[in-house]
Structures are given as structure tokens and as C-alpha cells.
Write a protein that binds this ligand. Structure first.
Ligand SMILES: [Ca+2]
Ligand SMILES: [Ca+2]
Length: 79
């Protein structure tokens, strides 16, 4: 019985972590106000180097809140 509760808790934690990671604060693991490519990947978002580079409007190698939001809003445009 106890192990079922632990498993349930772990699943809930995992799911809520994934959802929390969808916003900028959730992705910015070290809270320095910008997200790196590895932080994005750790958050479970698929963001390849090209997409990251496009999202990085000022080209400093990280995404600030605005850059992240713009990437997120424009989302998956094709072509
Ligand atoms: Ca960060
Ligand atoms: Ca940037």
C-alpha cells in the first residue's frame, strides 16, 4: 500500500514538474533571469539548436523572458 502511494506521489510530482516547466520561471532552473539551451532541455521542451538560435533575438546565447515568450507564442511555425 505504501509503495502505491509513493508511486502515485512520484507520478504527480513528475506531471506537475512538466507543467510547471512550461513557463519561463519553471524553465529557468537557476533563476538568473535567462534560460540556456540545456535548461530548456532539462525542462522537457524540445528545442534544437536552430530553433534556440532563432529564439535568441539578441544573440547572447541565452533566452530572456521576452525571447522565451516570443518563441513560445510563435510556437511551431512550419517552413
Ligand atoms: Ca538560467
Ligand atoms: Ca538572448
Amino acid at each position: 500500500m505504501k509503495s502505491i502511494l509513493v508511486a502515485l506521489f512520484a507520478t504527480t510530482l513528475l506531471v506537475s514538474t512538466v507543467y510547471a516547466a512550461k513557463n519561463f520561471e519553471g524553465v529557468d532552473a537557476d533563476k538568473d533571469g535567462k534560460v540556456t539551451q540545456s535548461e530548456v532541455q532539462q525542462a522537457g521542451l524540445t528545442l534544437d539548436k536552430d530553433t534556440f538560435t532563432k529564439a535568441d533575438a539578441d544573440g547572447d546565447g541565452t533566452l530572456n523572458a521576452d525571447e522565451f515568450k516570443n518563441y513560445h507564442v510563435s510556437g511551431h511555425s512550419h517552413g
